[in-house]
Design a protein around this ligand. Structure first.
Ligand code: SF4
Length: 337
């Protein structure tokens, strides 16, 4: 089990995820072979405090999206617990209060797939208002226009369909829909990754201003560490179903403890070419191994440039390391200091 996540909001977290496991059943070979259980999320513990932005980073296939979907109740975890302000919401059971159900919302990577092409923006935005009965019927149109304005779109957009918008505008509609129920926790799953760099900056600024204005707690999921530096209060680094490093953003960026975190940082572009040439880089080889075949010992050891014999047999503990100004990070590496 992980040590308590490093958080000054840990005493009363908005979101508390404890020892969460998400397992998928996959074909193990031929048509008649028995199916194998794959642990996409393998015992994750984390917290997000009230009004806190926590970034969850890692390569594709590390389990980030499975974790997000389990927190949002879109897949049922096989073990563990999800709490929102102390209430058990694990798996979003059918009897769960609709207000709790609406209190966690998600913004997805592909806004085109997550919006119904046959529904106008007005219908898309008023549906959650209708389901949760938070706004009287006569005020729903005005509320939809207010949500659109918050997301940076004009009221004329209400009568249009998703295909009439650009990718960035569609993501603004997805964000407006996600905040319609006044959620307590917003999960943004690679929400800006598919957009051009200038649009990405605009959408990040929008998410940042909404987070402050609405005092939202946010779990921000991305494969790109660069985008979280000025955005997140804390960073969690995930590798093959586990959190391998976590801590305040400044501490993780200034003194990354895990070789995987250093490799992710090395993969982020440095805009100044002189500084880029002067910066030593630990470039990571290979892909994330399949969760069907998790390596023994430290699960990162087949790709780790620092691996020693012990790493192949002994799983590292998740332990606290002190950092500047009284901060601390938690890291799963035998050699980290
Ligand atoms: Fe690398 Fe060993 Fe640390 Fe794992 S425990 S990250 S293999 S040095």
């Amino acid at each position: 089990m992980h040590e308590q996540a490093v958080s000054d909001a840990a005493s009363a977290p908005r979101l508390a995820v404890r020892d969460l496991v998400v397992t998928y059943s996959v074909a193990s070979g031929g048509l008649f072979s028995p199916r194998a259980a794959v642990r996409a999320v393998d015992g994750v513990t984390l917290t997000v405090g009230a009004g806190e932005v926590v970034a969850l980073v890692g390569e594709s296939g590390c389990g980030k999206t499975s974790l997000a979907r389990a927190v949002a109740g879109l897949v049922a975890p096989s073990a563990g617990r999800v709490e929102l302000d102390g209430a058990d919401v694990t798996g979003f059971p059918a009897h769960l209060d609709s207000r709790l159900r609406a209190a966690i919302q998600m913004v997805f990577q592909d806004p085109f797939e997550s919006l119904n092409p046959r529904k106008t923006v007005l219908a898309t935005l008023t549906q959650p208002l209708r389901l949760n009965a938070t706004v009287p019927p006569g005020e729903r149109r005005a509320e939809a226009a207010r949500l659109l304005a918050l997301a940076g779109l004009p009221p004329e957009a209400l009568e249009r369909y998703p295909h009439e918008f650009s990718g960035g505008q569609r993501q603004r509609i997805g964000i407006a829909r996600a905040i319609a129920t006044r959620p307590r926790l917003l999960i943004a799953d690679e929400a800006v990754s598919a957009l051009d760099i200038s649009i990405r900056a605009q959408l990040l600024a929008l998410l940042g201003s909404l987070q402050k204005e609405l005092a939202l707690s946010m779990l921000f999921i991305t494969h790109d560490l660069a985008v979280v530096r000025s955005f997140a209060d804390r960073v969690l680094v995930m590798y093959l179903g586990r959190i391998v490093e976590e801590g305040p953003t400044a501490a993780v960026f200034e003194q990354p403890a895990h070789p995987y975190t250093r490799a992710l940082l090395a993969a982020t572009p440095i805009p100044d070419p002189v500084a880029a040439r002067a910066t030593p880089r630990e470039i990571l080889g290979g892909d994330v191994p399949s969760p069907r075949d998790i390596p023994r010992g430290c699960r990162f050891h087949p790709r780790c440039p620092l691996a020693v014999a012990r790493c192949a047999t002994e799983e590292p503990a998740h332990r606290l390391l002190p950092r500047a100004a009284g901060a601390a990070v938690a890291v799963s590496c035998h050699l980290a200091s």
